[in-house]
Design a protein around this ligand. Structure first.
Ligand code: NAG
Ligand code: NAG
Ligand code: NAG
Ligand code: NAG
Ligand code: NAG
Ligand code: NAG
Ligand code: NAG
Ligand code: NAG
Ligand code: NAG
Ligand code: NAG
Length: 511
């Protein structure tokens, strides 16, 4: 009996291996580029987010799973409560709002084809909240919609992952929200994996963990404990490794954390990575040889098997840089602390990793941070603090440090002219809808490894917020992601932080 089970397991394992090594799996980098950015050079071979999300819905025949923070695929220029208010039909067309409508239509059509659709979201945002997933679910037994409030489980935090999985085969992971603006007015970066059954299956496990969580009574499964790692008292799921082993519960999730560590979530020495031969039709550097990939997840309590936490994957990607090579980091937000917790948490994980490679490997670390209408206070101070690494690098005769940190703010033109066009019947002078004209991608790429995620670089996104990343050593993806970064970095839209200092007065006055 036991023997049969082993044979069965072995057979399953090798079948799985076969599927993984079948080169039907294709990967493309995906971008959204805001309109009116004439000076940004285009990277050939990169797909557009609007097309990819539409295809994911249109190609699905059996199952479609979507994780979203909120939904605003349909623009609402007639609703005075929204940031779209007051723009004309012609303006909305120029802004590209029809692309969001096309994605929504493709979802509606998939629902009509009786595809089993599961929509998992945070509560949504003012003023429409979960109207779109509700409309899609209304009257259709094949469409299920749930709200998951991570605040009930971690004291703060939201569902922030942006993931689509179609037919357990095609996947999108990236920074784009289910929002028409994310397709044509916000700069986004993601990855589209088509025909990648093995990878889709792994992401599906995370989806199922979130789905299960949404149906559980959080009061019965949470504890408030002293978190020794971050030195705060906070609420966590009762199976968290931030709780002492004896006081921990058994995880009710279908697949749960199996880390052997007893306190905190220290770095795994051997995170799970898988070889997959992935074609990259969007790149000339394509190779059919199997290359190493990984997935990482946040918060750590929702991870499973020996998958690494999202924070570890960021740190390891920074540290993967070779001597005298370059790490490129792109993020909307950057803070060396928490943003939404009761007690403020100091968080130097990423800045330490950056300073470490600058010192010991003479690495150059280039960081691109968004500057826009909803820029968060404190960013500038933390960036300058990190930038001080350059001074420390040469601070004494003992130092053999020749690396450097370079930081630029990314300003999508028009970033200071966003908001509704009309307010109380008078023209506001705004040129673009609210929450647009921002560089929203979240990725890091060294000379050997690319990491494409959904998390901003602030403590909360790694410990209380749902996020997913795909990472790879695939040379085609690594080099193309570097090209995407360089196109932004070398564009007139990226301004070094030092240059900005003299202009800071006009910037503040434009908030
Ligand atoms: C493997 O790829 C071949 C074509 O290259 C295809 O015919 C076959 O169905 C694929 N097998 C699996 C399990 O995906
Ligand atoms: C591939 O190389 C050809 C010829 O050099 C070039 O025209 C094309 O744009 C390249 N494609 C990509 C995706 O880089
Ligand atoms: C299905 O996806 C492929 C790319 O993977 C795309 O070329 C095709 O247009 C999509 N089909 C539909 C119906 O959207
Ligand atoms: C829709 O799919 C479900 C399960 O996949 C099936 O039971 C049901 O009969 C289908 N409905 C129609 C109208 O095809
Ligand atoms: C799901 O959709 C149904 C049907 O439209 C709606 O009544 C319900 O409020 C929605 N639930 C959530 C959590 O969005
Ligand atoms: C949730 O769990 C708490 C604590 O165990 C219990 O008091 C409460 O009745 C439960 N709520 C529901 C809706 O089951
Ligand atoms: C870094 O640069 C210093 C000074 O040029 C040199 O002494 C040291 O060997 C370099 N280290 C590496 C890893 O390149
Ligand atoms: C951010 O800083 C500006 C300028 O110092 C200040 O006016 C504003 O109130 C601050 N915003 C928040 C949310 O603290
Ligand atoms: C617009 O009108 C609302 C009430 O209708 C009022 O509360 C608000 O202050 C007005 N805003 C401006 C900018 O006049
Ligand atoms: C917006 O910012 C740009 C710099 O990026 C500046 O030249 C322009 O004057 C600002 N516009 C307004 C309305 O403040």
């Amino acid at each position: 009996m036991r023997f049969t089970v082993i044979i069965l397991l072995l057979t399953l394992f090798s079948l799985n291996k076969l599927c993984e090594s079948n080169s039907s799996c294709k990967a493309w980098l995906v971008q959204s580029i805001p309109t009116d950015m004439p000076h940004l050079s285009q990277v050939p071979g990169v797909l557009s987010t609007g097309d990819v999300l539409r295809w994911l819905a249109a190609n699905s025949t059996r199952r479609l799973d979507v994780i979203a923070q909120y939904w605003q695929l349909l623009a609402s220029p007639d609703d005075p409560r929204t940031g779209d208010y007051g723009y004309t039909r012609e303006q909305m067309q120029e802004f590209g709002a029809h692309q969001g409508a096309a994605v929504y239509q493709a979802l509606d059509d998939a629902a009509d084809r009786n595809v089993s659709i599961r929509l998992l979201s945070h509560s949504g945002i003012y003023p429409t909240f979960n109207l779109e997933p509700s409309k899609l679910a209304s009257g259709r037994p094949n469409v299920k919609n749930v709200t998951l409030l991570l605040k009930d489980w971690w004291g703060s935090g939201i569902v922030h992952a942006k993931v689509w999985i179609s037919d357990n085969r095609d996947v999108y992971i990236g920074s784009a929200n289910n929002d028409w603006k994310s397709l044509t007015q916000v700069k986004e970066v993601g990855i589209y994996l088509a025909g990648c059954h093995g990878i889709a299956k792994k992401v599906e496990v995370y989806f199922n963990n979130l789905w299960k969580l949404a149906s559980l009574n959080s009061s019965a499964y949470t504890k408030t404990v002293m978190d020794q790692q971050w030195q705060v008292e906070r609420k966590v799921p009762c199976w968290s490794h931030f709780i002492k082993p004896k006081e921990r519960c058994k995880s009710p999730l279908p697949r749960y954390v199996k880390t052997r560590h007893v306190s905190g979530y220290p770095i795994l020495s051997d995170p799970y990575m898988f070889e997959a031969s992935t074609q990259t039709p969007g790149s000339n550097y394509s190779t059919k040889l199997p290359q190493v990939n990984y997935l990482s997840f946040a918060p750590p309590e929702l991870s499973f098997g020996s998958y690494q936490s999202d924070e570890q994957a960021w740190i390891d990607t920074i540290k993967s840089v070779g001597a005298r090579e370059t790490v490129r980091i792109n993020t909307m937000d950057w803070l060396g602390q928490s943003q939404y917790t009761d007690q403020t948490i100091y968080w130097s994980s990423l800045s330490s990793a950056i300073s470490e490679v600058v010192f010991s490997k003479n690495a150059t670390v280039k960081i691109l941070v968004a500057y826009w209408a909803h820029f968060i206070n404190g960013t500038d101070e933390y960036l300058k603090y990190l930038h001080y690494t350059n001074t420390l690098c040469f601070s004494s005769k003992y130092n053999k440090c020749a690396g450097k940190v370079e930081i630029k703010y990314y300003m999508v033109p028009g970033f200071n002219k966003t908001g509704s066009a009309l307010q109380n019947g008078t023209s506001t002078g705004n040129v673009y809808p609210d929450f647009t004209r921002v560089n929203h991608g979240k990725y890091v790429v060294s000379n050997v490894r690319a990491h494409i995620g959904t998390s901003n670089l602030v403590w909360d996104y790694f410990y209380t917020t749902a996020g997913v990343s795909f990472g790879t050593y695939n040379t085609a993806i690594v080099s193309q992601l570097r090209e995407i970064f360089d196109a932004d970095w070398n564009s007139p839209y990226a301004v070094p932080i030092q240059e900005l200092e003299s202009e800071s007065i006009f910037l503040l006055s434009n908030r």
